[in-house]
Design a protein around this ligand. Structure first.
Ligand code: ATP
Ligand code: MG
Length: 589
């Protein structure tokens, strides 16, 4: 355990005023608890991921709530790997989880904890429950147990082993631990109530025999506690005050409380050993449930995300199309944007699906503030400025970020040969087309006004080059005679431009709720055109673009250098386009 000094409990008056943060029911509960001095006025939460995959945007919501509530009320938040399930956990996942939580901007109290740290305590408590006549060893098979359990409308039936004497239960449980019985032959069950309307209270299994090797405890344990039993114990031992989780656990809450309320003295004692805090009074955690985050066009199940990785349908957990935090980071999402999104989604008690456009809206709002602007031509066609001297290079001043005056300016080279976007020229344009066309004048961003004089074609009739003239009196983009030019296009100077591979992404799934239709494999709902790779021409200032630093390519979107990008072989991922469909949708509504 760590030797972090005990924090002072925070009085309500000391808690930071969160004027900007909207009130939600969890914030309300925590504030009231602090005010009433419950658990000595402490706030201590935990984030308990199962290390069987990478964290995704849904976890970000839980992280923002768990760590966020602790931070807001001057409390602590533990990071605890839920490794009660021995077969699946992997070290790679444990590492990635820590990296992602830190990247999101949070830090946990003391060392990373593991559910497996508490296997000993869970076992001791199980023996205590047996001794108190509150748990029994059951020999029913899984199949028989299902039959006994009953249904929502039919009460359950008592197990024939329910009244086993304490000594026999204890002996059998110890032999289970020693691995004397085959997996699945015997279980330890809580003795609660087979008539309970809540099926989870019908003598639930709390331990099962499993002769599996565990990534941390090896072969030390041949029995493993069930999550519903272990979780409240872990919470109590760590001194957690508010155990925040998603809605599907609501129906498990009576069991959570049952586990803690059988032998409260046990926890008062065990907390001294485990909590890493000197508690002035025993902690009694309470569970509160909030709605899971779901987003349109997005899969949020680790099992399904793993399937995409395993079947090579994506390039790995951090594929920029994945909803994983590592994928989003590589794509160019910022922690600030994700946190703002989580705050906007809010904390409620009803499940709903959030529009992906809201996430992109939060992203654009953040990137607009921080991304420096550059010019990059994604689908280049050459322009020759016929009246510009050969060999001459002009350095033009360009504003780095109109949204941030402190970002300053840079110089952009201009010369006789340029590239512009192929789509910015039309041979026979409609009236409202304000870009390049024969005889039409357009503004080059930060540059001059140019007029197209000719489109050069190859034998097949494809346009290969545009010829234009520039007006030397229009440096900076304005005509001294005040003539109006509507269109402004971006460009790069051919001689100085750098080649860059650019990856444009579209949503990974074609349907709004992938995986929601019975009998349809979610993998068949993938968008076949989710990745387009281009070779672009970018301005020389991007030569040293750093992975993780967002940039805007004027008119084509926000981008970010990929982790594989390097000087000489630039590789950019498009984070998001510039057009915000959320604002449009919101203003229509
Ligand atoms: P999966 O079903 O994909 O395996 P999980 O809920 O089992 O997800 P955990 O690793 O157990 O994944 O989750 C850790 C914490 O994150 C839990 O408290 C869980 O409630 C929360 N969480 C997981 N998914 C979401 C989501 N989509 N929205 C909000 N919280 C989530
Ligand atoms: Mg889980």
């Amino acid at each position: 355990m760590s030797s972090v000094p005990d924090p002072k409990p925070v009085a309500a008056a000391d808690a930071p005023a969160e004027a900007a943060a909207p009130m939600h029911f969890i914030r309300q509960i925590v504030a009231a608890d602090v005010q009433q001095g419950r658990n000595g006025g402490r706030v201590h939460t935990r984030f308990p991921p199962e290390p069987n995959g990478y964290l995704h945007i849904g976890h970000a919501k839980a992280i923002c709530i768990d760590f966020g509530m602790a931070k807001e009320f001057g409390g602590l938040c533990n990071l605890r790997m839920d490794d009660t399930n021995p077969s699946k956990e992997e070290v790679e996942y444990v590492d990635s989880i820590q990296e992602d939580v830190r990247w999101l901007g949070f830090d946990w109290f003391g060392d990373v904890r593991y559910a497996s740290d508490y296997f000993g305590a869970c076992y001791e408590y199980a023996e205590a429950l047996i001794q108190a006549g509150k748990a029994f060893v059951c020999d029913l098979t899984a199949e028989q147990m299902r039959e006994h359990r009953g249904t929502l409308t039919v009460p359950g039936k008592d197990s024939p082993f329910r009244e086993r004497p304490v000594a026999e239960n204890l002996d059998l449980f110890r032999r289970m631990r020693a691995g004397e019985f085959a997996d699945g032959v015997r279980t330890l069950r809580a003795k609660i109530d087979m008539n309970s309307p809540n099926i989870h209270m019908r003598d639930p299994v709390i331990y099962r025999g499993l002769r599996a090797s565990h990534h941390r405890t090896g072969e030390a344990w041949l029995i493993y506690p069930m999550y519903d039993y272990a979780h409240p114990i872990e919470d109590a031992l760590e001194g957690i005050t508010h155990s925040l989780c998603t809605l599907e656990f609501e129906i498990h809450r009576p069991l959570y409380d049952w586990v803690l309320d059988q032998i409260p003295e046990f926890f008062a004692e065990a907390q001294k050993k485990w909590s890493a805090l000197t508690l002035t009074e025993p902690a009694r955690p309470r569970q509160y449930e909030f709605a899971r985050l779901a987003i349109t066009y997005t899969i949020m199940s680790k099992r399904k995300l793993l399937e995409l990785v395993k079947s090579n349908l994506v390039e790995g957990w951090d594929d920029p199309r994945m909803p994983t935090l590592s994928g989003m980071r590589r794509r160019g999402y910022t922690p600030e944007a994700i946190r703002a999104f989580c705050e906007k989604v809010g904390v409620t008690k009803y499940n709903s699906v959030t529009d992906f456009a809201l996430l992109e809206h939060c992203l654009r709002e953040d990137l607009n503030q921080r991304a420096l602007r550059y010019m990059a031509v994604l689908d280049p066609i050459k322009v020759v400025i016929t009246n510009y001297p050969e060999g001459q290079v002009d350095e033009l001043d360009a504003v780095n970020n109109p949204a941030d005056p402190a970002a300053g300016t840079r110089q952009v080279p201009f010369s006789r040969e340029l590239y512009v976007e192929r789509a910015d020229f039309m041979e026979n344009p409609p009236k409202k087309f304000f870009r390049l066309a024969p005889g039409r004048e357009v503004r080059l961003r930060w540059g001059y006004l140019i007029t197209c004089t000719e489109a050069v074609k190859d034998a097949a009739g494809n346009i290969t080059e545009l010829r234009c003239t520039y007006d030397p009196a229009t440096r900076g983009g304005n005509a001294p005679d005040g003539r109006k030019v509507q269109g402004t296009i971006h460009w790069v100077s051919a001689a100085q431009a750098l080649d860059a591979t650019v990856r444009l992404y579209d949503r990974l799934f074609r349907v709004e709720e992938p995986g929601a239709t019975d009998g349809v494999d979610f993998k068949t709902e993938m968008n076949p055109d989710s990745l387009k790779i281009l070779t672009a021409k970018v301005e020389p200032a991007l030569a040293n673009a750093k992975p993780g630093v967002p940039v805007q390519f004027e008119r084509t979107g926000y981008f970010c250098a990929d982790k594989a990008s390097a000087p000489g072989r630039l590789l950019f991922n498009r984070t998001v386009t510039l057009r915000d469909s959320w604002i449009k949708a919101a203003s229509k509504a």
